[in-house]
Ligand binder design. Structure first.
Ligand code: TIH
Ligand code: FE2
Length: 295
C-alpha cells in the first residue's frame, strides 16, 4: 500500500531471492497476475544492479511499446497547450522517441551532455534520503516498468512514462536541472527526519506537481501532471494556491489520486527565487523556524 511520504510501493525480497512488490488495491494491475509478474521481473533487474555496472536494459514487449506510443501521442498534443514553456524547451532539446520506450541508459546518454543528469534504476521504494540526496550528484532514480494497459491516462505509482516523459524533459532544461540539484543538496544538508520530510513535500508540490502562470494561462511544470493525460486535463480546475513554503512543506497528499490542490509558482523566476533559494540554503534550524513562525 502507499503510505504518506513513500514514493514507491514497497519491495519484498524473499529468502529465495524472488521479488514481489506490494501493489495497492486501487492499482489497475492489482488483480492481473500476469502484469504483476512482469512488473516484478522488471523490478528485479534494478534490485540485482550494482553501482558501476551498466544500467539494466529491459526487453519491452510490443504491448508495452504500444502503451508508450499511445501515451506519448496524447501527451504531445496536451503539452503544447498546457506545459510550461521551460519544460517544452527541455523536451525540444531532448527529443524523446515517440514510437518506442527508450532504455534508461539511452535517455541518460542524451541528458548528460545537456545538463549532466543521468538515471539510476529503482526497483520500488527508494528511501527519501537516498532518492533526494543523489539529485545533488545529477542522478535520478527511475522505475522501468510501464503502467497497466487498462488505464493508460493515469497510474497511481511512478512508471517509466512518468520518469522519462515527466522528469527527463524537465531535466533537459538547465534551469529545472539546477532546481533538482539544489533539492538534493538540501536533502543532504538536513539531519532530522522532520526537515527531510519538509524538503520532500516542497519537492512534491513543485517539481512533481507544480504549476505556473504564463501569459496565456496556467501551465504545468510538475512531472506528475505532465506524465498523465488524464490529470493534465483536470489540473486547472483544482484549488490553486499561491506558492508558500510552509503550506507546501507541511500539508499531506495522496499520491494515488489526482492532486486536488496545487501551488502556482507565478513564474520560473519566482520558483527559482523562492524554492531554489530555500533548497540552496535551508537547514534544520531554518526549517524549524519557518514552521514555528507561521503557526
Ligand atoms: N500519476 C502519474 C502518471 O499517471 O503519470 C504517475 C505518478 C507520479 C507521481 C506519483 S504517481
Ligand atoms: Fe516523479
Amino acid at each position: 500500500m502507499f503510505e504518506e511520504g513513500q514514493y514507491f510501493a514497497p519491495v519484498n525480497t524473499g529468502a529465495d531471492g524472488t521479488v514481489s512488490v506490494e501493489l495497492g488495491e486501487n492499482h489497475p494491475g492489482f488483480a492481473d497476475p500476469e502484469y504483476r509478474e512482469r512488473r516484478n521481473a522488471i523490478a528485479a533487474l534494478a534490485l540485482d544492479w550494482e553501482p558501476g555496472q551498466p544500467m539494466p536494459a529491459v526487453s519491452y514487449t510490443d504491448t508495452e511499446h504500444e502503451i508508450w506510443r499511445l501515451v506519448s501521442a496524447e501527451l504531445a498534443v496536451k503539452h503544447q497547450a498546457l506545459a510550461a514553456h521551460e519544460y517544452l524547451e527541455g523536451a525540444e532539446r531532448l527529443k524523446l522517441p515517440a514510437d518506442h520506450i527508450p532504455q534508461l541508459h539511452e535517455v541518460s546518454e542524451s541528458l548528460e551532455p545537456l545538463t549532466g543528469f543521468s538515471y539510476l534504476p529503482a526497483a520500488g521504494l527508494v528511501p527519501l534520503r537516498e532518492f533526494y540526496g543523489v539529485l545533488a550528484d545529477g542522478k535520478f532514480h527511475a522505475t522501468q516498468y510501464i503502467r497497466h494497459h487498462s488505464v493508460p491516462l493515469y497510474t497511481p505509482e511512478p512508471d517509466v512514462i512518468h520518469e522519462v516523459i515527466g522528469h527527463a524533459n524537465a531535466l533537459a532544461s538547465p534551469r529545472f536541472a539546477a532546481l533538482y540539484r539544489v533539492a538534493g543538496e538540501a536533502a543532504r544538508r538536513v539531519h532530522s527526519e522532520d526537515a527531510l520530510e519538509f524538503v520532500s513535500r516542497v519537492f512534491w508540490f513543485t517539481l512533481e506537481f507544480g504549476v505556473m502562470s504564463e501569459k496565456d494561462g496556467l501551465k504545468a511544470y510538475g512531472a506528475g501532471i505532465l506524465s498523465s493525460y488524464g490529470e493534465i486535463d483536470e489540473f486547472r480546475g483544482m484549488e490553486i494556491m499561491p506558492l508558500d513554503l510552509v503550506t507546501m512543506g507541511t500539508i499531506d497528499y495522496d499520491i494515488t489520486k489526482y492532486q486536488d490542490h496545487l501551488f502556482d509558482a507565478g513564474s520560473m523566476e519566482r520558483l527559482e527565487d523562492v524554492v531554489g533559494e530555500f533548497w540552496a540554503t535551508c537547514d534544520d534550524d531554518s526549517i524549524a523556524r519557518l514552521k514555528a513562525d507561521t503557526r
